[in-house]
Design a protein around this ligand. Structure first.
Ligand SMILES: N[C@@H](CCC(=O)N[C@@H](CS)C(=O)NCC(=O)O)C(=O)O
Length: 202
């Protein structure tokens, strides 16, 4: 299998953490691509029509995207149970959706700064994205700590990758402020070898 990859993409990081945790790294070749919405990477054009990473090319089926589909596929392949059966499954999927929502908002803010021409920038719109992130972090801190402290699942991995991305690109916003429990959980979770091995270059 070939994973279209970017070392700073937090969605790719979710997949990489899962590959580490489930010992499947050796089954996947990485192809690093430089990819933005306005300058899509050529190898993605024929494989993933939305031209986003991650995308997982397989020898025996169509290329998979997005990160949630790839993670569910690789989890099933390894029989790892990071998406458990039963009622907890819906908690895990909701937690992953919350984390990915943080990423979606944070990535839009990044693109606003890095890609949008100066005369087209809209500060209120970026602030509105940050308000979503603040609400999501507060919800994690107030309502999800018991789940986050339980046995490993994909919701936790997604939250850790989202918080890591906030540190990478939006550090000055200080997501930790008022979220002490979440900050303490993240500090511990970041010590996992899978997280240390996938830390993005700054
Ligand atoms: N929902 C997607 C989001 C993936 C995504 O937005 N990836 C970014 C890199 S961090 C990308 O490739 N952006 C290029 C684009 O938006 O065209 C997922 O979970 O995989």
């Amino acid at each position: 299998m070939k994973l279209y990859h970017s070392p700073t993409s937090p969605y790719v990081r979710k997949v990489m953490v899962l590959l580490h945790e489930t010992e499947q790294l050796q089954d996947v070749e990485l192809e690093t691509v430089a990819n933005t919405p306005v300058s899509p990477a050529a190898p993605l054009l024929s494989k993933a029509p939305l031209t986003k990473v991650p995308a997982l090319e397989r020898p025996d089926g169509p290329t998979l995207f997005d990160s949630r589909v790839i993670c569910a596929f690789l989890d099933t392949r390894a029989k790892a149970g990071l998406y458990p059966e039963g009622a907890t499954r819906w908690d895990v999927l909701t937690l992953e959706a919350l984390a990915d929502g943080i990423l979606d908002a944070a990535l839009l803010m990044t693109y606003e700064v890095r890609l949008r021409p100066e005369d087209k920038k809209w500060d209120d719109w970026s602030e509105a994205q940050w308000v979503k992130i603040e609400r999501a972090c507060a919800a994690l801190n107030q309502r999800w700590m018991a789940h986050l402290s339980g046995s490993l699942d994909m919701g936790q991995v997604a939250v850790a990758c989202a918080l890591g991305y906030l540190d990478l690109r939006h550090d000055a916003r200080d997501w930790r402020k008022g979220n002490d429990a979440l900050a303490a959980w993240y500090a511990e979770f970041s010590k996992r070898p899978s997280m240390a091995a996938t830390r993005p270059p700054s």
